[in-house]
Design a protein around this ligand. Structure first.
Ligand code: NAD
Ligand code: UDP
Length: 319
């Protein structure tokens, strides 16, 4: 049985990846320090014979008993609100955490896939974004802590590949959504759905003409699975190219939730990218993959998850 370590296992993407790799017959070791995650995302795996959980901060030296075949490094705050709140931890998990995991992968002769991000492109001047674009990041801006940690993560990963011959993979993940996102993590989808369910107006930042392209979690997980098992080393964009303005998206959510709310406008956060759309030609060709779940279907599934929340959960303040 192949053994895989998944960091960030109690988070949104990490928990779905645990499910998928167990389903594929792997023994999964989940690791998380719960800084933005929640045990409830993996509670269903608690007594699974192919799952073990280790509560641990990956910025500390990591020891794993026995062999490891694969590592997925998904630990990192991922929402702008989270990484503005915990900037130093964000920098550390992308840098020191990645270094520890590379060292572990080298010691175990394991293959490591890192969760990079469309944020390596910053506020992009090339649209849609292709993997050969170097990006436009404000290193010293408030978002820089995440963007630069992820850029460093890519660099050190390539260095371990080149210098030590380590088997590495880099997924540049674009906005992904679905069940198990944290209602109060500040990302636009849980933010709008939470507002709709609480009867509040939807807060669009700026003029709402900035764009994003949202990928449903099942499609993302499928691509990560294929990328890990592929033999391609350079970064690969993974996302859904279906682009929409945030204002139009707020209107879609109002229709979906049949809420009576209106849209209100708030200031655009500093360095908020004005446009984002992945060019996924490479992923299509390499992985024989393309997203299958359209926004209507994916948003309905996501809304179904959140609409079962109790009043207490809906109004609970966050971490
Ligand atoms: P998330 O916040 O739901 O999950 C991240 C998990 O990492 C949490 O459970 C958190 O507790 C854990 N974590 C953070 N720091 C840690 C540390 N030092 N030690 C151990 N665990 C730690 O976020 P997510 O959306 O699931 O994102 C997962 C990964 O995917 C992140 O690396 C993120 O940068 C990347 N990513 C996500 C998206 C997206 O749209 N969801 C887009 C691009 C990249
Ligand atoms: N956004 C918004 N209202 C909110 C939350 C976010 O208008 O309540 C906007 C945000 O300014 C950005 C987009 O939605 O332009 C996506 O934000 P998110 O935090 O989900 O992720 P990002 O893609 O910026 O990392």
């Amino acid at each position: 049985m192949k053994r895989i370590l998944i960091t960030g296992a109690a988070g949104f993407l990490g928990s779905h990846l645990c499910d998928r790799f167990i389903k594929e017959g792997f023994f999964v070791i989940g690791m998380d320090n719960f800084i933005t995650g929640d045990f409830k995302n993996i509670k269903h795996l608690e007594n699974h014979p192919c799952f073990e959980f280790i509560e641990y901060d990956v910025t500390e030296y990591i020891t794993i008993q026995n062999n490891l075949d694969y590592i997925l490094h998904f630990a990192s705050p991922a929402s702008p609100i989270d990484y503005l709140k915990i900037p130093i931890q964000t920098l550390k998990v992308g840098s020191l955490g990645t270094h520890n995991l590379l060292g572990l992968a080298k010691a175990k002769k394991a293959r490591l896939l890192i969760a990079s991000t469309s944020e390596v492109y910053g506020d992009p001047l090339v649209h849609p974004q292709t993997e050969d674009y170097y990006g436009n990041v404000n290193t010293i801006g408030p978002r820089g802590v995440y963007d630069e940690a992820k850029r460093f993560q890519e660099s050190i990963t390539m260095a371990y590949h080149r210098f030590h011959g380590l088997e590495t993979r880099i997924a540049r993940i674009f906005n992904t959504y679905g069940p198990r996102m944290r209602l109060n993590d500040g990302r636009v989808i849980p933010a709008f759905i939470g507002q709709a369910l609480r009867g509040e107006d939807l807060t669009v930042f700026g003029d709402g003409l900035q764009t994003r392209s949202f990928c449903y979690v099942d499609d993302q997980v499928e691509a990560i699975y294929r990328l890990l098992l592929s033999d391609y080393v350079n970064p690969v964009n993974i996302g859904n190219p279906d682009e929409i303005t945030i204002k139009d998206f707020a209107e879609e959510i109002i229709n979906l939730t049949q809420a009576n709310q209106k849209i209100i406008y708030k200031a655009l956060p500093i360095d908020d990218p004005l446009q984002r759309q992945p060019d996924i030609s490479l992923a299509k060709e390499l992985l024989n993959w393309s997203p299958k779940v359209n926004r209507k279907e994916g948003m309905q599934k996501t809304f179904n998850y959140f609409k079962n929340f109790s009043q207490e959960e809906l109004f609970k303040s966050d971490h």
